[in-house]
Write a new protein. Structure first.
Length: 83
């Protein structure tokens, strides 16, 4: 994950997609699903753009944390990027 986060933040900063310097938070979240759910996961990925017009990524991330019964501190939930 360190390499993915490092490479992607470097790319975002080189392309100047945001006004300030971009950096990822220290941790990361990963959720797993079973083989029987592959079709649902594919459908989710394919419809993400329209899906996130109704619900923000942060709202959905918190729903995942709650659904998987993961305790979290609200102060560690990332804030939306200002473009």
């Amino acid at each position: 994950m360190q390499q993915v986060k490092g490479d992607s933040s470097r790319w975002i900063n080189e392309k100047k997609f945001i006004h300030s310097k971009f950096s990822w938070q220290e941790g990361y979240g990963a959720f797993s699903y079973g083989k029987s759910q592959v079709a649902q996961v594919i459908q989710y990925i394919q419809s993400q753009e329209s899906h996130h017009k109704k619900k923000t990524f942060i709202e959905e991330y918190k729903e995942f944390l709650n659904a998987f019964e993961i305790e979290y501190d609200e102060s560690f939930i990332f804030k939306p990027i200002e473009y």
